[in-house]
Design a protein around this ligand. Sequence first.
Ligand SMILES: [Cu+2]
Length: 317
Amino acid sequence: MNTAAKLSAYGAVLALVAGGAWAAGSAVGPFAAEAAQSGHDGTSGAEGAGHGDDHGGTVAETARNDQPAGLASSRGGYTLTPTDTTLTTGTDSFSFRILGPDGAAVTAFDVEHDKRMHLIAVRRDTSNFRHVHPEMASDGTWTVPLSLPDAGSYRVFADFKPTGGEGVTLGVDVNAAGAFEPRSYEPSRVAEVDGYQVRLDGDLVPGKASSVRLSVSKDGVPVTDLQPYLAAYGHLVALREGDLAYLHVHPEGAPGDGRTPAGPEIAFVAEVPSAGGYRLFLDFQHNGVVRTAEFTVDTGGDHAEEPHAEETEHGHG
Ligand SMILES: [Cu+2]
């Protein structure tokens, strides 16, 4: 009944994003487009006030954030500072520090999903996605090999939880010199990678917790022996086209919990903050190799459901 409850364990990062929107926009609904859609007769304000109820559970603990993650290099007192913002195509490494509220490099981080630091790099046109795990030196400098195949401007996200603080994702741009061809992506719900096919089912409805399912097969045969990778059968990162707002989503259920199968389907609950195009990147592991499947979805228009249609029934009931 309360979709927000489903977010509690595995969608914590995403819930932070979504909860902020609910809290900040409680009078008019999670986002402006939804309010506009539901308010055909100009009563969007009243209707919006009505559907604060079904999101109540997570607002209190998530009200601190009012922006999607990854859009800023500094947030909540923490700052991502790259050692060098120019990288070389081919073999190179990336190093950085996280500065804390006192201006000093942070050296204490909690383990989340098996790692103390998750680093995502993607060119700003959303090509060349990388998800890697840096190592920290004792002075707080993180370093990771980062091979960028093509020139261009890249967004680098550091996803971490400082000990004693809140989880945060900071983003910064780095550049690899040279000419490049920008890429664009048509909507696609089927990914092919190394002989694997991954299908995306379910629609991301802006402003609502939405179930999406990813099904993995190899040469047409469903894969039922996915291997845990970073304590889950899949890791899903969604990036909003245009500004690369960052959503890190985790599956419903975990390996070894007695109810979550090792494929072929991986179920996620995700909430995107606004209508528009999103690029989705699924990391999954099979036969000892981690692969990434990419999808492109457009949450505007055709797929959007009429929001909260059933709630109009009990306005005066
Ligand atoms: Cu990671």
